[in-house]
Design a protein around this ligand. Structure first.
Ligand SMILES: Cc1cc2nc3c(=O)[nH]c(=O)nc-3n(C[C@H](O)[C@H](O)[C@H](O)COP(=O)(O)OP(=O)(O)OC[C@H]3O[C@@H](n4cnc5c(N)ncnc54)[C@H](O)[C@@H]3O)c2cc1C
Length: 487
């Protein structure tokens, strides 16, 4: 096992853990509670000595039993705040023979308990936040946020090629899911821009992997929903960053007009970033294509939008940072008005290009403030399927069906006053998921659409057999990330 001093936060010799300020010395094998020397009733399984802290206080357990969804709550036995990668390895090795399940937790921004583990160990990856910027890549701890990484890389004129809309997510968390954003039209998802990973497997081994080293682990860790290991370090590609962006908000009259424009712009490649939204408007909906060109000026307008057939357009210029962090100030407002703290039964669907117009147009009557919520958002944007290479980042069956495009159709619901309760919203998610599956679609598994084990097999489709083999090899006791409900 390697020691990783770069991750060590405050190295403390032979410290074990803390229970409300007292040292945890072991696990009571009968009651399965962590105990201090003073409270030990009998012989204890001694916990390994750690560089970090093992917490069992009520506040830590409550925080780890919650997430951005505020729908599911599973209380763990303990929360590890690692002081080093070896802490994670030691605790996984400790938990495995005792049948204690383990989940990594980045920012807890999934919405249905994916990072929770009832009666198990939650490993907070936040302390693994080291950042090293090199000329064309960054070496970062798995708990680093994309916001911190971008700030550091921009200081050297560099950026990750693809960014999520919101930057307050952990690198390990989005790499475990996919990491989608408007630059996917050129660069693929974040999982397609990772050069190497360091992973602590379900056996407690610290392993590096890449396209040429343990490819099976590399392919199962990216978009693997935490099933084969905890990502403790990632080597992420960097490219030159633009100084400014010019953003064109182009409005279209219908779903079909919007998706046609998005396909055309993907083919043409003139923009650097392309997303889209359906807005809730008085008596109907708006259809927006958000198209961004890096380092453009008003002189470029004729070439960029002169031949497009939108109904209206607004244009603005932003620094690259302000563009990348555009959700940050909105989050501050949502927090201030209490919407951020409400339940979020999100559904992120992947819809096949051949079905997008009929499915999304058919869904419009269900896109109402009552069903989406006061601050709900509806995303609709194109993903050229060939740009996504990571095998476990599923785009429904679109790749197998040779669909040129899939579309992300995200219903970012908030259960606000006056809107449906979370259970009713989850039922709507399930109904759309089932309809969408029949048309070759699927879902991006960050939200609230609990799948049965059989549905997970369908979800992974042709990638399932290799995933199953990797699970058996790297997490044979199936202790990792049980909140996903896959195995
Ligand atoms: C406001 C907001 C905006 C978002 N925007 C986007 C977007 O634009 N594009 C996009 O793709 N997604 C987006 N997401 C979804 C986001 O990518 C996922 O929720 C992602 O899981 C968030 O990372 P996290 O650190 O919060 O993960 P968590 O919720 O903490 O964990 C998610 C899962 O990954 C596992 N996990 C976490 N860290 C690790 C690790 N280091 N190693 C292995 N497994 C781990 C957990 O066990 C859990 O199963 C958004 C979410 C929110 C709330």
């Amino acid at each position: 096992m390697q020691e990783h001093e770069s991750h060590a936060i405050s190295r403390r010799a032979a410290v074990t853990g803390l229970v409300a300020g007292a040292l945890v010395v072991g696990l009571d094998p009968v009651t399965r509670t962590w105990a201090t020397a003073a409270h030990a009733a009998g012989p204890l399984d001694a916990v390994p000595s750690l560089d970090g802290t093992l917490r069992t206080d009520a506040a830590s357990l409550a925080a780890a039993a919650d997430d951005f969804g505020h729908i599911v709550s599973r209380t763990p036995l303990a929360v590890l705040e690692p002081g080093s990668v070896s802490d994670i390895a030691k605790m996984v090795k400790f938990c495995r023979p005792r049948g204690i399940k383990v989940a990594g937790r980045g920012q807890g921004h999934t919405t249905q308990g994916q990072a929770q583990v009832s009666g198990g160990l939650v490993i907070e990856t936040g302390p693994l936040n080291s950042i090293q910027i090199l000329s064309d890549r960054a070496v970062v701890g798995g708990g680093t946020t994309w916001s911190a990484l971008l700030q550091a890389s921009l200081a050297q004129g560099l950026t990750p090629p693809t960014l999520t809309d919101y930057l307050g997510l952990s690198v390990g968390g989005t790499l475990s899911n996919g990491g989608l954003g408007g630059q996917i039209i050129h660069h693929g998802a974040q999982v397609d821009n990772v050069l190497e990973l360091e992973v602590v497997t379900g056996k407690g081994d610290v392993l590096r992997c890449s396209p040429t080293l343990r490819k099976d682990l590399f392919d199962a860790a990216r978009s693997g929903l935490g099933q084969v290991g905890i990502i403790t370090e990632a080597v992420v590609k960097l490219v030159p960053a633009p100084a400014t962006v010019r953003r064109y908000n182009l409005f279209y009259p219908s779903v079909a007009a919007l998706t046609a424009a998005q396909r055309a712009m993907c083919e043409d490649g003139r923009f650097d970033y392309l997303e889209g939204q359906i807005g809730l408007a008085e008596g109907g909906h708006t259809f927006l294509m958000e198209a961004v060109k890096y380092n453009a000026t008003p002189a470029d307008d004729a070439a960029l939008i002169g031949d497009l057939t939108h109904t209206s357009v607004t244009i603005d210029d932003l620094t690259y940072w302000d563009f990348a962090d555009r959700i940050g100030p909105i989050v501050d407002i949502l927090k201030a008005i209490g919407e951020w703290q409400r339940p979020h039964p999100w559904l992120d669907s992947v819809v096949a290009g051949s079905a997008v117009n009929s499915l999304v147009t058919g869904a419009l009557p269900d896109l109402t403030p009552e069903k989406i919520g006061l601050s709900g958002v509806i995303l609709l944007y194109a993903i050229p399927t060939k740009k996504v290479k990571a095998p476990l980042l599923r785009l429904g069956s679109t790749r197998e069906l040779n669909e040129k495009y899939a579309f992300l159709f995200s219903l970012l619901r908030t259960s606000s006053p006056g809107s449906l309760d979370p259970a009713a919203m989850i039922a709507l998610n399930k109904a759309f998921y089932k309809k969408n599956r029949l048309r070759g679609g699927g879902w991006y598994p960050v939200g609230s659409n609990p799948l049965s084990k059989a549905e997970w097999v369908v979800h992974f489709g042709t990638a399932y057999p290799a995933f199953l083999l990797a699970k058996a090899k790297y997490d044979p006791s199936r202790i990792l990330a049980p909140g996903q409900g896959i195995f």
